[in-house]
Every structure is written in structure tokens, then in C-alpha cells.
Design a binder for this molecule. Structure first.
Ligand SMILES: [Zn+2]
Length: 224
């Protein structure tokens, strides 16, 4: 199948941005991937091979480190490395969600605060409902790299949610492309931060997704 060097560059650039935005402490904590809509191949962050001691911090990753796998997880281009340990989760999400072509799997502070308590993030801001699908569900626990984790995350995302929490681990944010996946991730972090801070002041006022837009704006695409 046709490999596209420009997509390796895009994944490396997005992963550097991922680190710059503070969505990962660095090293290989968290990862990102991109699906080529034309071939179905997935361009994804690496993990070291046993005889390779290190991979760069995500802030310094380059196109030459990006691994390419097919939808069944077979390595198409290894770049001398292995695909990230969370490749099964990325693959399961792409399989379940044809609308998704980019995934940001973060280990970020505010969403992790919810993930370590197993609590969902309630829909309290308009953007959470309009961009994330409302409440962000904390998926049941699964071990790192397991099929169980992959299944639990797919279940928490359902058919249309754009983010989910991974218990004792982190979060995933989705998009039709990287730009949208980072918007999802930004709104996820902001929603978690505001929920935590607002909760210190008093009970949170929750709004269901269908309570957000004015009737005149429904069925149109519109930002808040
Ligand atoms: Zn992780």
C-alpha cells in the first residue's frame, strides 16, 4: 500500500504540539495517531524495540520515528521501532468510529484528576455539549496495552462522543483530523478544570446537550 512521507511529518508535528500543549509529561506517556482516509493505514507514535534503548521525548520526535500499521495492527513500516503500546486502543477506536481519523491520547493533569477517581466529567459548559457530545465518560479500568482497555474505551465513546477518560491512566480525544482532535482535547481539559474549580464554589449546574443551542440554530453547524 502507498506510504505517504507527508503523513509521517504531520504525525511528528502533531506529537510535538501534543507535548508543547502540556498534554503529556513527555517520553512515551500518551501518544497520537492519524488514519489515512485513502488507504486506511494508520500513522502512529513509536515505542522502543528491545535492542533500542530510547525513543526521543515527544517534544523532539521526527517523521523518521513514526510507525505505520494496517487496520489489523500489522506493521507496514517500522522506522526501526515498534508501534506504541496503545496501538490496540487506537485500532479499536478507528474500527468502531468511521468518523474519526485522528486520536490524541493524553496523560494531562485536569482530565487525569477525574480519571484517578473514576468520575465522569459533567456537561457544564456549552462547548462540552457541542464538541464532545456532553458528559465525558470514565471507561472501566483496563491494563496498559490490553484489548480489555481498548474495548472499555470504545464502549465509553459510544457512537458519537469525541472524548473519554481512561481510569487510572489518562484520556482520549478524537477528531476527523488532528485540528479537530486537538479542539476536543482542549475542551476536555478545560471542562475538567472548570468542573473541579467550580465544584469548590458549590454544586455544579449541569445542562443536557439539547438544552444548549437556541431552537433557531438547531440542525445547523454552529459554534457557541
Ligand atoms: Zn497512555
Amino acid at each position: 500500500m502507498k506510504l505517504k512521507p507527508e503523513l509521517k511529518k504531520e504525525v511528528a508535528a502533531a506529537t510535538r504540539l501534543f507535548w508543547e500543549k502540556g498534554l503529556t509529561p513527555g517520553s512515551d506517556a500518551g501518544d497520537t495517531s492519524l488514519r489515512d482516509v485513502e488507504t486506511g493505514l494508520i500513522y502512529i507514535c513509536p515505542r522502543p524495540k528491545p535492542n533500542v534503548l530510547r525513543i526521543p521525548n515527544w517534544g523532539m520526535i521526527k517523521a523518521k520515528h513514526i510507525v505505520v500499521i494496517d487496520p489489523d495492527g500489522r506493521v507496514v513500516d517500522d522506522s526501526g521501532l515498534l508501534p506504541t503500546v496503545e496501538a490496540p486502543m487506537h485500532l479499536a477506536i478507528y474500527k468502531a468510529r468511521p468518523d474519526v481519523n485522528a486520536i490524541v491520547h493524553s496523560h494531562a493533569i485536569w482530565s487525569s484528576a477525574f480519571a484517578v477517581t473514576g468520575k465522569n466529567i459533567p456537561p457544564i459548559l456549552a462547548e462540552q455539549s457541542l464538541h464532545l457530545g456532553g458528559e465525558v465518560i470514565c471507561a472501566a479500568y483496563g491494563r496498559v496495552g490490553s484489548q480489555e482497555l481498548a474495548r472499555n474505551i470504545v464502549a465509553a465513546l459510544g457512537k458519537d462522543k469525541m472524548a473519554a477518560l481512561m481510569q487510572n491512566h489518562g484520556a482520549v480525544a478524537l477528531g476527523a483530523n488532528y485540528e479537530e482532535a486537538f479542539i476536543s482535547s482542549d475542551f476536555l481539559e478545560k471542562g475538567a478544570q472548570v468542573a473541579l474549580l467550580g465544584g469548590l464554589l458549590g454544586p455544579l449546574i449541569v445542562r443536557k446537550p439539547d438544552e444548549i443551542l437556541d431552537e433557531s440554530l438547531k440542525h445547523k453547524s454552529s459554534n457557541p
